[in-house]
Design a protein around this ligand. Structure first.
Ligand code: CP
Length: 310
């Protein structure tokens, strides 16, 4: 395993990582991917390190993936779920976290609906924090596992064309992907209905398209995002049916372009809305490889952060 260290004590967002940090995480994740494919999948790297997984918002993949990564590294793991906790009795985020930390926790993985929640905590506690998604802001380990999976498919991302399609406005995955892919030299486009594309997104150095067929013809890889109805307080699209008609990716649409592109989705999928089942489950889709890589990438993030604390 590499002796190099991350430039940071926390992983709050891709915005705060250097290209060198990202490459170090990928190099380390590659080694861990080999480990988790062995008959004995566990290593002692985080023995005597205690990690708290604090989930103030629902999750399937991220929560299980972090827990598995921590256990594969032999960490002691405690899980907190807001829905069954004393936050329901009015306890503040800082009080909750300080109470957990007083039980001698070394690292915190936190998902929270408020943008900036992980950054706020990093200013108040000593433990290393990994942001597992903060509202509509960032989801750094998702972007890292996405980029790692892309590199496995197409090699270096320098000058590769990647389109992110869907609800860009409400997506933390979109923002983290844009930061990560730009740092790795990719050409990035976002595509979706005008109401779901933030007004000033081109300031981040991305192209914008409202035409999904043209975007698919342009790209090497399409990362397709979920329509986040739970974050939409007003109607941004007339109906899911209309969205599927104009922006949904189905077999006929893919067959109408004359190259084979890679299809990705961070999950959870709204089947029949942003992706049809015959695309999501096709050989062009690497959705389950993304999930598999998530464990190795999160093992790398945890391992490198623990090393930077020593
Ligand atoms: N991709 C992702 O963050 O999925 P979960 O919400 O299930 O964790």
């Amino acid at each position: 395993m590499s002796e190099q260290q991350l430039s940071t004590k926390h992983i709050l967002g891709i915005k705060y990582l250097t290209r060198k940090d990202i490459e170090l995480i990928f190099e380390t994740a590659q080694s861990f991917k080999e480990v988790i494919n062995r008959p004995i999948k566990k290593v002692p790297s985080l023995r005597d390190v205690t990690v708290a997984n604090l989930f103030f918002e629902n999750s399937t993949r991220t929560k299980l993936s972090f827990e598995l990564a921590e256990k594969r590294l032999s960490a002691d793991v405690v899980n907190f779920s807001a829905s069954s906790s004393s936050t329901k009795k009015g306890e503040t985020l800082l009080d909750t976290v300080n109470n957990i930390l007083s039980m001698k926790v070394d690292m915190v993985v936190m998902r929270h609906p408020a943008p900036g929640a992980a950054y706020f905590l990093s200013k108040h506690i000593d433990a290393s924090i990994i942001n597992a998604g903060d509202g509509t802001h960032e989801h750094p380990t998702q972007a890292l596992l996405d980029a790692f999976s892309m590199i496995e498919q197409v090699g270096t991302l320098k000058d590769k064309k990647i389109v992110i399609i869907g609800d860009i406005l409400h997506s933390r995955v979109a923002l983290s992907n844009i930061f990560c892919l730009k740092k790795l030299g990719a050409k990035v486009m976002v595509c979706g209905p005008p109401t779901l594309i933030p007004k000033y997104i081109s300031d981040l150095g991305v192209e914008v398209s409202y035409d999904v067929k043209a975007a698919l013809e342009w790209c090497d890889i399409a990362n397709v995002l979920r329509i986040q109805l739970e974050r939409q307080d007003i109607k941004y699209i007339p109906s899911l049916r209309e969205y599927a008609l104009y922006y949904g990716i189905n077999r006929d649409l893919l067959d109408s372009i004359d190259k084979e592109i890679v299809i990705m989705h961070p999950g959870p999928i709204n089947r029949g809305v942003e992706l049809s089942s015959d695309v999501a489950d096709s050989d062009q889709s690497i959705i389950l490889q993304q999930v598999e890589n998530g464990v190795a990438v999160r093992m790398a993030a945890l391992y490198l952060l623990a090393a930077s604390r020593n």
